[in-house]
Design a protein around this ligand. Sequence first.
Ligand code: SAM
Length: 277
Amino acid sequence: THFGFQSVPEALKESMVGGVFSSVSSSYDVMNDAMSLGIHRLWKNHFVSTVLDPRGGINCLDVAGGTGDIALRILDHARTAHADRETRVSMLDINADMLREGMVRCKRESMYWGTDQLGFQLGNAERLGERMVVPPPTSKKAIYRQLPELKSEPVPDSSVDLYTIAFGIRNCTHIDQVLKEAYRVLKPGGVFGCLEFGKVGNPYFAELYRQYSFRILPSLGHLLASDSASYQYLVESIERFPSQPDFAQMIREAGFCTPGVGQGSQIIEEAGLGQEY
Ligand code: SAM
């Protein structure tokens, strides 16, 4: 369960990450609340209200969309804050189990199910131009049989107004490739928004956080989802992710810039959030 991204072959790492998310898919939403004491909801609300264009009627691609936390927030925020029922979100994830959980949730809980405002796509953030083979569900849940077939279509160049990726990029093998693909699919002037864990600056708080993440989180995973290994992986992936300034530099190297802010990104340094370009 303790694998280093750099030391495993790429295909193996992708399948390991796939295994982790298949294993956590059914408990993912409960665990997010338990691990963050519900705070992830505030981060996500803040993120969506920061990146969403108030003009409305835009094409969004939510990469590593998981069970739909960001996609649903985008559509809710567009509707409630901007009276916008034209904005569309395509949720893309490499893991069919996570997407199917997302479909079940959207079907049960949202008004967007079955409308052209919301779509689901199997795909790899590192290769958005490629189709993936859609695997059958790993769970035999009856509700999965009522879902439409998952699709996997290439994302064309310059087709997206807003690209979001929340708590997803650190799971990818080549972050630079993800950023390059984001740049390719965004229209000129489009927005790249990334929400991700950053490094904790204060050394006392950093140690507290370390203890919490290495000792308490895997135990919580064991208690609530009978799966400490996957949650251990999640903790380790956060540890390995670049610091905020390093990640900001990678974003700039992919060609992005922030209008009016010059080469630095205020948003990144301020909140550890990903950015607008
Ligand atoms: N964005 C959602 C959220 O904020 O709740 C889900 C985040 S979840 C921690 C990470 C997601 O990234 C998982 O659903 C996983 O399947 C997906 N993922 C991992 N590697 C990926 C890749 N290369 N391309 C697309 N999705 C990927």
